[in-house]
Write a protein that binds this ligand. Structure first.
Ligand SMILES: Cc1cc2nc3c(=O)[nH]c(=O)nc-3n(C[C@H](O)[C@H](O)[C@H](O)COP(=O)(O)OP(=O)(O)OC[C@H]3O[C@@H](n4cnc5c(N)ncnc54)[C@H](O)[C@@H]3O)c2cc1C
Length: 334
């Protein structure tokens, strides 16, 4: 049943009509809780607040279903202005990018051109660029672009998804490159990826431990306290230098745990998405954990001092949310 719910939200995340409509509604469905800002200025303010708590950030310009070169150019320009702002304000922050947003589906050479400009500008300021990994369909192309850029730049790295059977082999080829280890957010075929939580978690631990014993910096990106606790135990037992790795979580999720890890002296980095195009990102978060919807209800129904809000917008939002939850519950009973 968990798989059905996951499939439902992944299907919603891939729906272009809903994606376009969601942009029009703005943040009215509670997505701002998981989005660091709508523009560069606002996002830098969020980054500064996290930096004050000893947390560094990786910022992601939201945007999916890019089909026109002009959209990619616009995205690239936004990322370039973000780089300038990070340098100007001297905030502790790097950037995560998605190659499809920068034109991978339109023309690989065009995407590489965009990436070169981004990585080159960031390199001048010593800012790291992470290439987020997307679904399996884009995997080979993503690696091709990465390897090409690695010939000229060292301020670039990527993400290894532990659900893929080939994850360890690919990770080992990048043993000198900064990497983020994640479980993987897309629906993939059993021909290429593990399907059960047990297998994915086991591979995640295997990969993360191998990296901790290696040479290059590693970001351990999960909200899973059991995996985090196991890796903390492992790092202590193996005397791993705390400056060689960091934990990462998404903005708005398990904020208490994010702050606690930073207070414990671990390097911590929050992934801060920004922009209006929040829909696909947000649906994937619901696919991972439908309970995330509770956070929206709480945010939409209650004011900061825990008093019930009574605006019609809120009632409408609550009704939509309740309908989605009912749908999930009904499917669960089947
Ligand atoms: C910083 C970051 C970057 C990422 N980048 C990519 C990428 O480039 N490509 C990609 O494919 N995927 C990426 N992901 C998504 C990732 O692949 C997973 O889909 C996502 O992190 C969900 O897996 P999880 O390990 O966090 O926890 P899950 O497997 O969703 O949950 C495991 C357990 O953790 C606990 N838990 C999880 N979330 C919460 C919560 N909010 N509150 C309370 N308990 C909770 C629960 O006990 C749950 O059972 C990224 C994730 C992060 C955090």
């Amino acid at each position: 049943m968990a798989n059905l719910t996951r499939d439902f939200f992944i299907a919603l995340s891939n729906n272009e009509f809903l994606n376009a409509s969601a942009k029009k509604w703005g943040f009215r469905l509670g997505a701002e809780q998981f989005v660091g800002g709508v523009d560069v200025e606002g996002t830098i303010t969020t980054v500064k607040k996290l930096n004050e708590k000893g947390i560094s950030c990786t910022v992601d310009n939201l945007g999916e279903f890019v089909t026109m070169k002009s959209e990619s150019t616009e995205a690239k320009n936004k990322i370039l202005s973000l780089i300038e702002k990070i340098h100007e304000e001297q905030v502790d922050c790097h950037i995560s990018v998605k190659l499809t947003q920068l034109g991978l589906d339109i023309d690989e050479a065009f995407c590489i051109e965009n990436m070169r400009e981004i990585v080159d500008t960031a390199n001048k300021y010593n800012i790291f660029i992470n290439i987020d990994t997307e679904d399996y369909l884009h995997y080979d192309q993503t690696m091709r672009v990465l390897y090409l850029l690695l010939q000229d730049y060292s301020n670039i790295g990527t993400v290894i998804q532990s659900y893929f059977y080939h994850a360890e082999e690919d990770m080992d080829k990048l043993s000198n490159v900064r990497l983020r280890i994640v479980k993987g957010a897309y629906k993939e075929s059993p021909n290429v990826a593990y399907q059960t939580k047990e297998e994915i978690d086991a591979n995640f631990l295997k990969l993360a431990k191998k990296r901790l014993l290696g040479n290059a910096f590693t970001s351990i990106a999960t909200h899973d306290h059991e995996l985090i606790n196991e890796l903390k135990r492992f790092a202590q037992a193996e005397n791993i230098d705390k400056t060689t790795f960091e934990f990462q979580m998404l903005y708005g999720f398990r904020t208490d745990m994010q702050e606690a890890l930073a207070e414990e002296g671990y390097l911590f980095c929050t992934y801060v998405p920004f922009g209006h195009d929040w829909y696909g990102y947000f649906m994937r978060r619901l696919a991972e954990r439908p309970q995330n919807i509770n956070l929206i209800i709480k945010d939409q129904l209650y004011t900061g001092d825990n008093k019930l809000k009574t605006t019609p917008k809120v009632v409408a939002t609550a009704a939509v949310t309740a309908a989605v939850i009912s749908w999930i519950c009904a499917r669960r009973k089947k």
